[in-house]
Design a protein around this ligand. Structure first.
Ligand SMILES: Nc1nc2c(ncn2[C@@H]2O[C@H](COP(=O)(O)OP(=O)(O)OP(=O)(O)O)[C@@H](O)[C@H]2O)c(=O)[nH]1
Ligand SMILES: [Mg+2]
Length: 339
């Protein structure tokens, strides 16, 4: 599998200024052994210089991880959206700030190297070390804003699915309890929790699958695409727009039974909202009328009727639980891509 940003993000640790401050103070208070050297002055200088180096290395490696983050336009739009939401659009500013801060701190470090080299006694050398820490922290505070949000956003990306560009991406949407996770578990490697209680699955789950040599990603969208746009707040809308980039195809599942949690009308309204919010062409939406093993013939017909009345002509009858119609659904969904 080619690398993706979420895999590398798992290994990137972004430090906040507070994290850095604590690390510097720890290094500062580490006991120092005056190195064996012919002259006491030389020993003093070497010891404090090596302490300065250690402090600088800690800063450079920490801020360096931030400074080396890729530009936003180099990452997949799905991650870009997650980052923009989590950093309130401040990602580029923060990364630029890190680059600038390293540059300035490197200059300051060189000045203090010279000062320490000329120090007359341990007290003076120690004072320089303290000054260096103080100036470094104040530069970080002035030049690098938003490290907390950046840290969170990278963690968020690390928790997000690995997006492979060249796979068909199938988003499975629908209201709670219609059988999304059951379908995902049947058609992909993902093992979402399935239960008879609504809102069981709380986060977007991605699985991979293969049919007749065609590999695809299947995405479970719990509690995200089950409401009308008018009910979503801004953050939810933005989170949903991240999903846009994973939606080559949409399978919208319906529970046709009268006893289901939501009426057909409600389910159709949410379908219209999904179409809208994902900005996906109608021709790429498949309606899966699920639970045909327990729905009555009348209920199934009423569902087909509602689906057609709302202008959706691609529907498949399935039982996600028993597998009936699932391969047919998949072939049709992937088939669009093949043709
Ligand atoms: N009889 C029958 N039951 C099904 C079918 N598909 C799903 N179920 C049952 O419906 C319930 C809900 O299934 P889930 O797959 O968890 O539904 P979901 O849409 O993921 O629900 P949320 O995560 O709450 O949004 C479970 O008890 C499933 O076993 C089906 O085709 N036939
Ligand atoms: Mg679920």
């Amino acid at each position: 599998m080619p690398g993706c940003f979420s895999d590398s993000a798992k290994r990137i640790r972004i430090d906040t200024i507070e994290d850095i401050r604590r690390r510097l103070l720890r290094i500062y208070s580490e006991k120092i052994n005056l190195r064996a050297s012919r002259s006491r002055k030389k020993a003093l200088v070497n010891t404090y210089l090596s302490k300065l180096d250690k402090l600088y290395e800690a800063i450079a490696s920490s801020i360096g991880r931030c400074a080396r983050l890729p530009p936003l336009d180099a990452v997949h739009p799905f991650y870009r959206e997650i980052i923009n939401i989590a950093t309130k659009q401040k990602y580029e500013d923060t990364v630029r700030g890190c680059r600038r801060a390293i540059y300035i701190i490197t200059g300051i470090m060189r000045d203090y190297r010279k000062k320490i080299a000329k120090a007359e006694d341990p007290k003076e050398a120690k004072r320089y070390i303290r000054e260096f820490i103080g100036r470094t922290l104040s530069i970080l505070k002035r030049k690098v804003r938003g490290l907390e949000l950046l840290k969170e956003s990278i963690k968020e990306v690390g928790r997000s699915p690995c997006i492979e560009e060249d796979l068909v991406k199938i988003v499975v949407a629908g209201m709670p309890q219609v059988g999304k996770s059951t379908l995902i578990a049947r058609i992909s490697s993902a093992k979402p929790e399935i239960s008879p209680f609504p809102f069981t699955t709380k986060k977007v789950i991605v699985g991979h699958g293969e049919l007749d040599g065609y590999r695809y990603m299947a995405i479970d969208t719990p509690g995200i695409l089950d409401r009308e746009i008018s009910e979503m707040n801004e953050i939810e809308l933005k989170a949903v727009s991240a999903l846009k980039h994973l939606s080559d195809r949409v399978v919208f599942m319906i529970d046709p039974r009268k006893s289901s949690y939501y009426s057909l009308d409600q389910q159709m309204r949410v379908l219209a909202s999904v179409e809208n919010v994902l900005g996906i062409e109608r021709g790429k939406i498949y309606v899966a009328i699920n639970k045909i093993d327990i729905a009555s013939r009348e209920e199934i017909h009423a569902a087909i009727d509602a689906v057609q009345r709302h202008g959706y002509d691609r529907y498949v009858l399935i039982s996600a639980k028993h597998g009936t119609g699932v391969n047919d659904l998949l072939k049709r969904v992937i088939g669009i891509q093949i043709n």
